[in-house]
Write a protein that binds this ligand. Sequence first.
Ligand code: SF4
Length: 575
Amino acid sequence: MAKFIRIDMGSRTAEIGACPEKYAGLAGRGLTSMFIADEVKPTCHPLGKYNKLVFAPGFLTGTSAVNSGRISCGAKSPLTGGIKESNSGGSFSQKMARLDIKALVFEGLPADGKYAVVKVDKDGVTFDEAPAEIMGAGNYDAIKVLQDKYGPKVGVALIGPAGEMKLTAANISFADPEGNIRSAGRGGLGAVMGSKGIKAVVIDDAGAPAVPIAKPEEFKSAAKRFANALTTHPVTGQGLPKYGTNVLVNILNEAGGLPTENFRRGRNEWANNIGGETMAATIEERGGKTTHGCHAGCVIRCSQHYVDKQGKYITSGFEYETIWALGADAAIDDLDAIAYADREFDEVGIDSIETSVAVAVAMDAGVIPWGDGKAALDLIKQIRQGTPLGRILGSGAAAVGQMYGLTRVPVVKNQAIPAYDPRAVKGVGLTYATTPMGADHTAGYAVATNILRVGGFVDPLGKEGQVELSRNLQIATAAVDSTGMCLFIAFAILDIPDGFNALVDMINARYDLSLTGDDVTALGKTILKAELDFNRRAGFTSAHDRLPEFFEEPCPPHNTVWDFTDEEIDSVLAF
Ligand code: SF4
């Protein structure tokens, strides 16, 4: 029977029980959000005793279904003040699923303020003092120390110095199969983990049986059809494996939606220097890896190992959104400089989107010059040093804007707007405004249909069709985030009907169910309603679903403006 583990960090005790009936049919984001909505007081302090942190694998995690290894992390967010689900790759989730753990819930606060390493294996939960050498250390070294101590194959979730400082942009980092880093980046969940005195959670699935499949032959056949959809779709089968997510730099620049110099325009002249094509050629020339999976079983392999001129590893999971934020929004025309900054984000354990946008806001305030990669890295390093300016930067773009009296601060619900200008990609603008997560492109990735013409086409510069697009994608995403699947599968299942059918068939074969596509939609709506209700009880109103006023300025080259009425915005999630 699936286990539901509650860990009290005050008493350092664990209660291992059967999964409560009401969560038995949930997984991933569905489980984390329903649980937080049920058990966390919406008005509580996110770093206080009433908040809870929950980890949950998806419906298909741990099986042979490709790309199914995401881990969902949920809590009340210290950055947005609302509900948060942030998910990540790495090997943690697959190990949780093999141990048949439906959820790991962390409650309470440490009585002595000390940090623990929580170890979970087939025999239960144990607690160790966090080794002194990993406190304040970078995450790469900390993972090495933990894997030396607990075994080279254990899964690791940990916080870096940013989480120890409880900065509101701190993330939760996860070790990938090679000991490199992936992140549940958004919303400051690393600060929640830090508040509970958890330096790391180590998970060891040694001796655990394979994940049971109710109908193995049907599962195998559906899994094959699903993998086929991913490998034949041009985005998941060619674009992402070849260039990574950074393939989007030149595409968005061409579309006039690449926010440049703190969202002053949507196109620049240097985009190709930081684009996916240049990045892939640079990696190839230096002997790095152009394609790489962040967990076992990924067939898209959008990650890579970016290396220096001597071929030495700098970073992996070098994503478009980070490269955009430093490369276009902060105008740093140098992939190496951005790569070193990305490495520092991973070392310190902080959201690379939030912090990079914060750097651009700091440039706008005159703290450092536009485009100065060295000054940006020095500024980012102040986070680890814990200087006052470093702590402000690590508290996100809104905090920097407030400190310097700016109005040009691209945030919604206090969370930084990423990578796609909402005036030139209007569907994603509606997602930024209305998702309960705070500005988040992944919550309803309308870029797919606005720019990439996946799942049809809706004109990115017009308003027509955008409300329905954002709504439908937000519903679908809430459901996909419950499967444990990487969101990039959406490109294939939006275009290839059998890919979507195969996904549903895999869930049915795994659990002996007979779900339909309508059930998937219903699940997505149920999750969103619970999240919206939590935020409403936390004090959010429709006034929080608005973009900053500066988006009323025309955005070159198209000179379009953000022109949705309040009624149109409020209709997005009115179902
Ligand atoms: S496609 Fe990219 S983000 Fe998704 S599972 Fe593979 S490597 Fe990770």
